[in-house]
Write a protein that binds this ligand. Structure first.
Ligand code: PBG
Length: 331
């Protein structure tokens, strides 16, 4: 009996660094990163967020500085979230429509310091502005009303577009909001303002630190399960994406990220459109906690997860690790 050896040895291509590089199927570059930033009132203010170690809220001067840092790092886009002062929150979230709210001032501060060198993506939803922490308007039974909320989201979007937002990103999961926002943007002449819809956004346990960051965790009554999606569902995600695209979304987002890589791949294969993932606050905190506990190398964990999004089919990733990742990519 002679021993038979395999003619195909996949390990051949893995034997050296140059060969591994040559056979690499996916790449990650700073172009793939969107950096979420939290904005707060004041001047010279940096407020660390305990549940999001290494991430802070910044006042406008700090936001402008982060924007310049992002330009230097080759990060193409920032995502903005305001921590609205308690006295400016209300039942109906009217502060979202104020042309001088924190969000609009942050947009202008970034534009003043960086011009068109960086994209500005703005979150559309009412949770940073309401006293109940829900993303929309509630009826007397505490149910978030769909159509009445969409009317406000349209106004919120126009307010952000007028302030200079490049990409409107509705994260509220109301039905029909993408079409309504697109119509309004067209009617007001904002033809080139993009919409990236949070198309498949799940009712997730991974949003906790974000709610600390925008100050809505303590306020939130109940949960968001009657508008955000059930983590058990796939078909419904595909229907959400199909609707948002038919209503005029330029790109779609899947959120959270890592636990939903299958959704990213299904969406990419079915629709062949730009897909983005939001590696959310709880995922960031999980990686940081694992690294702090000695369970893995922080930088390696970060880069492996980001590459996983590219492999799954993403054009880009919203991640709080964006500046770290960009620095590592620059070597
Ligand atoms: C709310 C919104 C949330 C996030 C982005 N926009 C939280 C929520 O739906 O309660 C979460 C992002 C993160 O966890 O990093 N409109």
């Amino acid at each position: 009996m002679t021993q038979s050896y395999p003619a195909t040895r996949l390990r051949r291509s893995r034997a050296t660094a140059w060969s591994r590089a040559m056979h690499r199927e996916n790449t990650l570059t700073p172009d793939n990163l969107i950096w979420p930033l939290f904005v707060t009132e004041g001047d010279g203010v940096e407020e660390p967020i305990a549940s999001l170690p290494g991430v802070s809220r910044w006042s406008l001067d700090g936001i402008a500085a982060r924007a310049r840092e992002a330009v230097d790092l080759g990060i193409p886009c920032l995502a903005l979230f305001p921590n609205t002062q308690a006295e400016r929150r209300s039942d109906d979230g009217a502060e979202a429509l104020n042309p001088d709210n924190l969000m609009c001032r942050a947009i202008r501060a970034i534009r003043d310091s960086c011009g068109d060198q960086i994209g500005i993506l703005t979150d559309v939803a009412l949770d940073p502005y309401t006293v109940h922490g829900q993303d929309g308007l509630m009826d007397n039974d505490g149910y978030v009303m769909n159509d009445a909320t969409v009317e406000v989201l349209v106004k919120q979007s126009l307010n952000q577009a007028l302030a200079g937002a490049d990409i409107i990103a509705p994260s509220d999961m109301m039905d029909g909001r993408i079409g309504a926002i697109r119509d309004a943007l067209e009617a007001e002449g904002h033809h080139n303002v993009q919409i990236m819809s949070y198309a498949a956004k799940y009712a997730s346990a991974f949003y906790g630190p974000f709610r600390d960051a925008v100050g809505s965790r303590g306020l939130l009554k109940g949960d968001k399960k009657n508008y955000q999606m059930d983590p058990a569902n796939v078909e419904e995600a595909l229907r959400e994406v199909a609707l948002d695209l038919s209503e005029g979304a330029d790109s779609v987002m899947v959120k959270p990220g890592l636990p939903y890589l299958d959704i990213i791949t299904r969406v990419k294969q079915r629709f062949e459109v730009p897909v983005f993932a939001y590696q959310v606050s709880g995922e960031y905190a999980m990686i940081e906690a694992a690294a702090a506990a000695g369970a893995g190398d922080r930088e390696a964990l970060v880069m492996e997860t980001l590459m996983a999004f590219k492999r799954a089919g993403c054009s880009g990733i919203l991640t709080y690790h964006a500046p770290l990742a960009a620095r590592l990519l620059h070597g």
